[in-house]
Design a protein around this ligand. Sequence first.
Ligand SMILES: [Cu+2]
Length: 408
Amino acid sequence: MFQAAIVGVFLLLSMSFTAGKVDAAAAAAAPAANDANANPMTYRKFRSPPISLRSGQIVNTLSNWGPLEWVEGPIAIRHFDGKIVDSEGNFVPLTELYVHHWVIYKMDQDRQVFFPNGGLCPNLPNIFGIGAELFYTVYDYPAPYAIVSTGDEVWTANMHLIRTTNVPDVQSCIECHCPTSRPPADPFGGIICCPDRAMCWGMENSTLQDFKDYYLEYTIGYVNVTKDVIPLTVFSLDVTAQQTTDCRTEYQVPAQQPGQFHVLETFADIPNNWSITYFEGHLHIGGVNLTATLVRNGRELGPICTAHPIYGTGSGPGNESGYIVGIPPCHFDPPVEVLAGDRIKITSVYDSRTIAGGHPWHEGVMGLIFVAAVAHLTPEQQCIEIGCAVWLPSLSILTKLLRMCQIL
Ligand SMILES: [Cu+2]
């Protein structure tokens, strides 16, 4: 136990050191004031390496794909957006290339270890991204808030895209239908049946060699890191988790009659105080809405945000008929205060709607939430941090302090 506590102390020490490094560099690099003139936004656009796909083919890279070209840190990121483009820079319609997801991570220089977000889902440690709705999603964190890039990390991505041209059953293809699926009552699909470089359902025997290159084009808007910047931490929540952190990510929706809704609900336990400034929901086609409700002392205090997907009604990028083309995020000013010990009820609703030629069940759907919040340390974490700063020279006093904090 003592050893574990000491390891924890050194972990926190290294975190404090990193934070201190940012402050020192920031003090040298930028004026102290946080107004737009003294610390103006700079925007830079980048393009990922190409991803070449033929009709029916899937790309699902490892999470350390990249490294992505990035602005040299330390920087305070206040804007991020990304879209899939072709070699000419044209936006690509979902009817040609389905964006199952792209997600962006911070990793160590060797791209072996994640610098994770704040939790709660250990398997969702990303900072930006998710699915087709990203065409209209722009991450904007108003001053003084920002995602801080220290410069010590490398930014990577997991790209999961499916080329849907010439595909006979597009819904089964993009929902990653598995051979063991037994629809309409017991459908089953998911990422496990969309491995990297495989062909999607119905295209296994295709001999088409119509390769085409695609890219993630992304824009970073940033300011210098000054003492006025308040860093945000990203947290992930999942409707499939039954004990907050056991996030399975995907679930199945049996066939629904018209007017019938499939509802999945769970509660996430919040470990420390959050001041939430940004809320993003992620649903697949068939999603009706996704709601987070704040629960304190067993009482529902009301919804934090309901994510309502926008479905395309026409054709072309951003309006593909039957596809989710956007899920507007919620912004909070002032922030929504969530306290340690609160619960967030997550409710995900699906129905039978789908793309033309589809069927009334859904495979491998999701109900995910990502929030960006000012994360306040738990009392135990605060106790250790203060202890480290003040008492580290004396290990015996530190031990007493840890005992006091009930760590030992
Ligand atoms: Cu998804």
